[in-house]
Design a binder for this molecule. Structure first.
Ligand SMILES: [Zn+2]
Length: 269
């Protein structure tokens, strides 16, 4: 396993530990699909099997063809295809919406813009689902499950995905045995909500306290609003990735230990 450093982010087998925003929740050129990571987290990336892709225009799109002003870039379709992992050959199916547009290159000879036609995919599902960031091996199953559900639903419903992130934070507190109840002065107990549980946990992990609370706020928004933006969901995934790597990634934990030693000795050996 080769580790290298790239802009301060640890890179393992070509995949960064944290979320690479440019890969997710966008339309992509059908000819240049991005290097989505293998769902088996083998370190490989997914390669489009171009011959497997098939698309058809939507019913609404076909009706527009009767319009005398119809142009090719009005067309909308649905598309399916297969991707294969470059390393372990895992197969992944992709489905989504297809659009097309005229794009422009600059023609160096004529010094004029040169139009070309490009088709785009907006993914709606992957099967099996793709992890938006590498989940450390030691993350408990009860945290991993709602997180994988968030990854699977992110493409169609960012709000639902954010709500599953909130559920993952609840189970993260359970897995770390953060108290669920607090004693009142009269001796009875009341249930603690997620926010105070995160604060209690954050006191022991000050480096990630802010990330935990920020992920929870975004999860709350997702639970109450149906039109959470893609960017906000990616923020929530990014905060959770930092939390999980801090808690469960051995490399980060070892680096934290070294930081403590250096700070204590003020850099002296
Ligand atoms: Zn693979």
């Amino acid at each position: 396993m080769t580790l290298q450093y790239n802009s301060g982010v640890v890179v393992e087998n070509g995949c960064t530990m944290y979320l690479q925003r440019e890969l997710w929740l966008k339309k992509h050129s059908q000819e240049k699909l991005p290097p989505w990571p293998c769902p088996r987290a083998c370190g490989g990336t997914l390669q489009a099997q171009k011959k497997s892709f098939a698309s058809e225009s939507t019913h609404e799109s076909l009706q527009h063809r009767d319009n005398e002003r119809w142009e090719l870039d009005w067309d909308r379709g649905v598309i399916v295809g297969l991707l294969l992992c470059s390393r372990c050959m895992e197969a992944v199916a992709i489905g989504g919406d297809q659009t097309q547009a005229y794009e422009f290159d600059w023609d160096q000879v004529t010094n004029q813009p040169s139009p070309y036609f490009e088709q785009f995919i907006r993914p709606v599902w992957f099967h099996p689902p793709l992890p938006f960031f590498p989940v450390p091996d030691d993350v408990p199953e009860e945290v991993r499950t709602p997180l994988m559900e968030a990854f699977a639903t992110a493409w169609v419903s960012p709000s639902s995905a954010a709500a599953r992130i909130r559920a993952a934070l609840e189970t993260l507190m359970d897995a770390n045995k953060v108290q669920r109840k607090k004693r009142k002065t009269n001796g009875t107990y009341y249930e603690l909500k997620l926010h105070p549980r995160l604060e209690i946990f954050g006191e022991k992990h000050p480096k990630i306290q802010e990330h935990l609370l920020a992920a929870k706020w975004l999860g709350n928004v997702g639970a109450h609003e149906s039109d959470l933006s893609d960017d906000v969901l990616l923020d929530a995934f990014e905060f959770v990735s930092i939390v999980l790597h801090h808690l469960y990634d051995d490399r980060v934990k070892r680096a934290d230990d070294r930081v403590r030693v250096v700070n204590k000795s003020k850099g002296k050996k």
